[in-house]
Ligand binder design. Sequence first.
Ligand SMILES: Nc1nc2c(ncn2[C@@H]2O[C@H](COP(=O)(O)OP(=O)(O)OP(=O)(O)O)[C@@H](O)[C@H]2O)c(=O)[nH]1
Ligand SMILES: [Mg+2]
Length: 356
Amino acid sequence: MKFVDEVRIKVASGDGGNGAVAWRREKFIPRGGPAGGDGGWGGDVILVVDPQMNTLLDYRYIREHRARSGEHGRGSDQNGLSQPALELRVPPGTLVKDAATGEVLADMGEACPTFVICKGGRGGLGNMNFATSTNQAPRFAQPGTKGEEKELQLELKLLADVGIVGYPNAGKSTLISRISRARPKIADYPFTTLTPNLGVVGWRGKSFVVADVPGLIEGAHAGAGLGHQFLRHLERTKVLVHLVDPLAPGEGRGPRADLDAIDRELALYSKELARKPQVIAVTKMDVPEAEEKLALLKKSFARRKKKPLILAISAVTGEGIDPLLDQVAKVLRGEEPGKERLAKKKVGKPRSRASR
Ligand SMILES: Nc1nc2c(ncn2[C@@H]2O[C@H](COP(=O)(O)OP(=O)(O)OP(=O)(O)O)[C@@H](O)[C@H]2O)c(=O)[nH]1
Ligand SMILES: [Mg+2]
């Protein structure tokens, strides 16, 4: 299915129908009195979250959505028909903005499953409503009010708990296909994945949503490769799995250089993204030269006081996948990645304090 994450649409609610001016005219009933019915209400436009959707593709094709207007009132005390609301379904994670001002009107998701974006016009009252003892034949009725019209910018930011980042060809899609039922295209060339894939991972009684986004490369902030256009889908994640390709072919590349380049790109996109906890994993460990590259990568952090936890996995053989998911689950519970090491160091401190 085609993936679309940004669209501009026009929506309009229905106008209210006018109230009618009419008179009761029947044989043998002189001065029958006012009999104009009320106008019906125009339909609202309502946005409704549909958890089955994960693209705004439908709105690419149909860009104007109008609810129907209420019917006008009629004679013989007949009210016009009110119109049902027009429901527009959107995927969870859709940000609804006013296209002109950029103001966020709604953030569609679990907290906001439905949202009335345009209220339908009110139906006008017919002249039968205005009869009083002093004015028994009102020659006026109320007009219906106009519906609203808005131009909206819909932006989809996928609701995933975990994002997989890394260079193209690192094995991101292979990993998501290993841990979930997502079946993205996998191939031995860069930029196989051109749009994000989502997968649901069930792990030790819990489940979380993982997003495999297209690969990042050095200079993506300036438009290299696919640029930063898909990074918005990582904004709502709670943890990033930073996948490192030990083979890293090409000039200026290598596990450590790749790791730093991706981190730079994330930071150039936003501070928040750069601050997200990461679980670093070197993949393709089934390949013979991987072991040596992993050792080199670990060595490159030797001088650091706080060494990052680097996991070793193979999405092909399944090696190291369980510890990886454990780490991810841990961060999702709100703990720091690789906390065991830190915890061990901390144990010494309180003891020394107590002995003082
Ligand atoms: N030996 C081995 N090969 C792997 C492993 N994971 C991925 N590959 C291979 O690496 C190549 C790229 O894998 P993909 O999963 O398509 O990589 P990707 O990161 O999604 O790449 P893009 O979509 O282009 O960004 C494919 O030929 C995979 O078969 C692994 O654990 N071991
Ligand atoms: Mg891929």
